[in-house]
Write a protein that binds this ligand. Structure first.
Ligand SMILES: CCCCCCCCCCCC(=O)SCCNC(=O)CCNC(=O)[C@H](O)C(C)(C)COP(=O)(O)OP(=O)(O)OC[C@H]1O[C@@H](n2cnc3c(N)ncnc32)[C@H](O)[C@@H]1OP(=O)(O)O
Length: 181
């Protein structure tokens, strides 16, 4: 993968510790019911479902449908980036602080046909100040299937007021309520 240095934690950054109340071994559920990535109430969303086994990584599934095409029969790259972004966001939710995507990098290695179930694994590789460094891998149809997309990101911690100031508030997005029940 062609990683920029911006998404790699500085040398010597320790492995982050999982939050003691991170939800593990159970479905993570949505952080917001109308989220395009994970919300069950979104009519055309991706409806990602995910679980974490260690509080620092997430295994998510996304089945590519007709509504997700770019070229005929193939997933749109932007949709795949969205699925990666969402699965990365699920990792920072496990840290139980509000973060937003600052930078997202994606490498597309294989076409993803309609009907494919993408198995997306995301993990946090370091936290430095407000920045969380993350990486992602999406495989075709099986945990050991071919890698179709790789991703890397920096998420930036924001105050809860970020959502009041720039959006309609944080209604329905309560850490500890939906993602970490
Ligand atoms: C209730 C809970 C709900 C939680 C809700 C969770 C929803 C999850 C949904 C999925 C995720 C998304 O799609 S989120 C939506 C898409 N993303 C956004 O809308 C974000 C829009 N951008 C912004 O709001 C802003 O640019 C921020 C917050 C990212 C940064 O602005 P800021 O707060 O002024 O901070 P700033 O000083 O610039 O940067 C802080 C540190 O981060 C670094 N940094 C900033 N941007 C970048 C960048 N693009 N790439 C690398 N590094 C960066 C800086 O170098 C600095 O490092 P240093 O100097 O400290 O070393």
């Amino acid at each position: 993968m062609n990683r920029s240095t911006l998404t790699v934690p500085p040398a010597g950054t320790p492995q982050p510790e999982p939050h003691p109340e991170a939800s593990v071994g159970v479905p993570l559920g949505p952080h917001y019911a109308r989220c395009f990535g994970c919300g069950p109430d979104h009519p055309t969303g991706l409806h990602l479902e995910a679980v974490s086994h260690d509080g620092l990584s997430v295994h998510a599934e996304f089945t590519v449908g007709d509504l997700h095409q770019g070229a005929p029969g193939l997933a749109h790259g932007g949709v795949l980036a969205t699925a990666i972004d969402e699965a990365l966001g699920m990792v920072v939710w496990l840290l139980r602080k509000p973060y937003v995507t600052g930078r997202l990098e994606t490498d597309y290695l294989r076409p993803v046909p309609v009907g494919t179930t993408l198995l997306i694994t995301t993990r946090c590789t370091g936290v430095v100040g407000r920045k969380a460094y993350l990486e992602a891998e999406a495989r075709l149809d099986a945990p050991d299937g071919p890698v179709a997309v790789r991703g890397a990101a920096v998420f930036v911690e924001v105050p809860a007021a970020h959502f009041e100031r720039h959006g309609g508030g944080a209604g329905g997005m309560v850490p500890g309520r939906e993602v970490n029940p």
